[in-house]
Design a protein around this ligand. Structure first.
Ligand SMILES: [Mn+2]
Length: 388
């Protein structure tokens, strides 16, 4: 175990940081001051206490883990290794969908296992990261109760775990995880700092979306520690030819139903495609709402984005899927899913357009539907949504 510098009450992240030659990046950084160092230490002790034991810890993220989930999970694994001499495995359901997320795991060497390969009897306690027991976005079987949870999504039910640290006011689980490292007197190595920075960066859109003062402090403290060349390679990874075909299909299918732009993708091989296309459509200058809908393994997936001033994507998605499925999210970004296993191929496709129709209702669509890019005619289902 590496000895780490530690000062009580003033937990410095970057005490021995050399000054940057050009004085640029380093000026924005500085030691991470915890708002309440004693609380952070209490939380650290409580977390390590519930994770005591000899068998490896199982760290579980939500399915299709995003950069924030990957980074926070990697930080917990690092903390356990450094402070408890404890092995841990990070496991998730689904796949690493976005090319950016695959590049992150590869370039930062974050080891991941598929939850479906996990033999639970090999493991000791379970930690849920960036998700919670009772939230439908992870694949931990319900009879496996976690010992601990670190998350920043609003709690959905009373705690079942011995230790729960859920902070909905935070923009990223990475910020929460970093505070544990700091409380433990650990400075994240370059790869982990880069991961945490990327986690905060993506979950808060560069601190523009749902960022708390704690996220801002963490981001600033991490800045001088990261490898910016690697971060650029993660942000702009090489794309396979299939990716361009996918973009073409999504754009061709996009329909403007003012103030909404929506693309209905039908079957997608990769469920992250749905959120990726929603992010792309959200940049269309002529709409306040962007939605993407697709089908993956019998589930209909919805991603909703809002760019309007008072819009709330989370509650809009919940209203659109009410009685059909589950949804949740934040004012700018939300996701939902509808179980369509009972429907045939045609039924599933029709159900997607039923969701579009409900979205139109929720956001108050008016005016004639138009294709986003010129094409001979609208999809029939879109043409039928014409309303006066
Ligand atoms: Mn997150």
């Amino acid at each position: 175990m590496r000895p780490a510098p530690r000062t009580r009450g003033r937990l410095a992240l970057l005490q021995s940081r050399p000054a940057a030659a050009d004085g640029s990046a380093a000026d924005q950084g500085g030691p991470l001051r915890l708002a309440d160092p004693e609380l952070a230490e209490r939380r650290l002790r409580a977390l390590l206490a519930v994770l005591r034991g000899r068998r490896p810890v199982l760290i579980v993220t939500h399915d299709q883990p995003d950069p924030d989930a990957l980074a926070a999970a990697a930080a917990v694994r690092y903390l356990l290794a450094e402070r408890a001499g404890r092995a841990a495995v990070i496991a998730h359901g689904g796949m690493l969908g976005r090319p950016e997320n695959r590049a992150m795991a590869r370039l930062l060497a974050i080891p991941l296992e598929s939850l479906s390969d996990v033999r639970f009897e090999r493991f000791g306690p379970i930690v849920l990261v960036d998700t919670q027991y009772g939230i439908g976005n992870h694949s931990l079987p319900p009879d496996r109760v976690p010992a601990a949870t670190l998350d920043h999504h609003p709690p959905v039910q009373p705690a079942v775990e011995a230790f729960r640290d859920v902070r909905p006011e935070y923009g990223a689980s990475s910020t929460i995880a970093l505070e544990y490292l700091v409380a433990a007197g650990l400075t994240p190595p370059t790869w982990l700092a880069t991961a945490l920075y990327n986690g905060i960066r993506t979950d808060t859109q560069d601190l523009s979306r749902h960022a708390s003062p704690a996220d801002e402090a963490a981001y600033a403290a991490l800045g001088p520690l990261i490898d910016r060349r690697v971060l650029v390679r993660i942000t702009f990874p090489p794309l396979p030819r299939t990716h361009y075909a996918l973009l073409r299909r999504a754009i061709e299918r996009a329909v403007i139903l003012p103030p909404l732009v929506v693309s209905v993708l039908d079957e997608v091989r990769n469920p992250d495609t749905v959120s990726e296309i929603a992010d792309l459509l959200a940049r269309y200058e002529g709409a306040d709402w962007a939605a993407t809908i697709g089908i993956h393994r019998g589930m209909i997936l919805l991603s909703l984005r809002s760019t309007g001033a008072d819009a709330d994507a989370g509650s809009a998605a919940a209203r659109a899927l009410q009685g059909l499925g589950t949804a949740g999210g934040r004012p700018r970004a939300a996701a939902g899913r509808v179980d369509a296993h009972g429907l045939g191929r045609a039924g599933r496709r029709a159900r997607q357009w039923e969701i579009v129709e409900r979205l139109c209702e929720v956001v108050g669509t008016r005016g004639e539907p138009q294709p986003l890019v010129p094409r001979r005619r609208l999809p029939n289902a879109a043409a039928r949504l014409w309303r006066t």
